[in-house]
Design a protein around this ligand. Structure first.
Ligand code: HEC
Ligand code: HEC
Ligand code: HEC
Ligand code: HEC
Length: 141
C-alpha cells in the first residue's frame, strides 16, 4: 500500500515536471538562434554584414566581462543576446554571447528563411524588428 502511494506521488511529480518542460519549450512566437544562422546568407562579397559585425566591439562584448561577471545576470542582459528570452532548442546560451545580429534585428527563428527574408513585410510580421534608436537604447542608456 505504501509503495503504491509512493509511485502515485512519483507519477504526479513526473507529470508536473513534463508539463513545466512542455510549457517552457512551447514558446509562442520567435526564438533566438545565434549568429551562425545569419552568417550563412549574410557573409558573401556583396553582403558582408557578417564580417562588418565580426570586426565590431559588439561581437566581443562578452569578452569584456571578467570572471564571475560572465555569469552575472546584471551583466548578461546587455553583453549577450536574448538574455532571459526563449532560445531555439538547437541553440545553446553559449551561441548567444556578445551583442549579435538578433540583439538588434530581433529573434530570427521565424524570419530566417529565404522566402520570408526577401519580403520586408513578411519578415517584419515574422519578428524582424524595425531599425530604430529604441533598439540601441535597450543597452545604451
Ligand atoms: C536563407 C538566407 C538568409 C538567412 C538565413 C538570413 N537572411 Fe537576412 N536576408 C536574406 C535576404 C535574401 C535578404 C534580402 C536581401 C538583402 O537585403 O540582402 C535579407 C535581408 C535581411 C535584413 C534587411 C531586411 C529589411 O527588410 O530591412 C536584415 C536586417 C536581415 N536580413 C537580418 C538577418 C538576421 C539577423 C539573420 C539571422 C537570424 C538573417 N538575416 C538570416 C537572407 C537570409
Ligand atoms: C544596460 C546595459 C548594460 C548592462 C546591464 C551592463 N553593461 Fe557593460 N556596457 C554596456 C554598453 C552599452 C557598453 C559600451 C559603452 C560605450 O562604449 O559607450 C558597455 C561597456 C562595458 C565595458 C567596457 C568594454 C570595453 O571594451 O571597453 C565593460 C568592461 C563592461 N561594460 C562591463 C560590464 C559589467 C561587468 C556589467 C555587469 C555588472 C555590465 N557591463 C552591465 C551596457 C551594459
Ligand atoms: C548593434 C546593432 C546591430 C547588430 C549587432 C547588427 N545589426 Fe544589422 N543593422 C543594424 C541597423 C541599425 C541597420 C540599419 C542601418 C544600416 O543599414 O546600417 C542594420 C541593417 C542591416 C541589414 C540591411 C542592410 C541594407 O543595406 O539594407 C542587414 C542585411 C543586416 N543589418 C544584417 C545583420 C546581420 C546578419 C548581423 C549579424 C552578423 C547584424 N546585422 C548585426 C543594427 C545591427
Ligand atoms: C544588447 C545590447 C546592445 C544593443 C542592442 C546595442 N549595443 Fe552597442 N554596445 C553594447 C555593448 C555591451 C558594448 C561594449 C562592447 C565592448 O566594448 O566590449 C557596445 C558598444 C557600442 C559602441 C562602441 C563600439 C566601438 O567600436 O567603440 C557603439 C558605437 C555602439 N555600441 C553603438 C550601438 C548602436 C548604434 C546600436 C543600435 C543600432 C547598439 N549599439 C545596440 C551593447 C549593445
Amino acid at each position: 500500500m505504501r509503495r503504491h502511494l509512493c509511485s502515485c506521488i512519483l507519477l504526479t511529480l513526473v507529470m508536473a515536471g513534463s508539463l513545466i518542460v512542455a510549457s517552457l519549450s512551447d514558446a509562442d512566437g520567435p526564438v533566438y538562434l545565434g549568429q551562425k544562422y545569419c552568417r550563412a546568407c549574410h557573409s558573401s562579397s556583396d553582403d558582408n554584414r557578417y564580417h562588418l559585425w565580426l570586426n565590431s566591439k559588439h561581437a566581443r562584448a562578452f569578452e569584456a566581462l571578467r570572471g564571475a561577471e560572465k555569469a552575472d545576470p546584471e551583466c548578461l542582459g546587455c553583453h549577450t543576446t536574448g538574455h532571459g528570452e526563449p532560445i531555439s532548442e538547437k541553440a545553446d546560451r553559449k551561441d548567444l554571447r556578445g551583442v549579435q545580429c538578433e540583439a538588434c534585428h530581433g529573434p530570427g527563428s521565424e524570419y530566417k528563411s529565404m522566402k520570408v527574408m526577401k519580403d520586408p513585410k513578411l519578415a517584419r510580421k515574422a519578428g524582424l524588428w524595425e531599425d530604430t534608436r529604441d533598439v540601441c537604447l535597450r543597452c545604451h542608456r
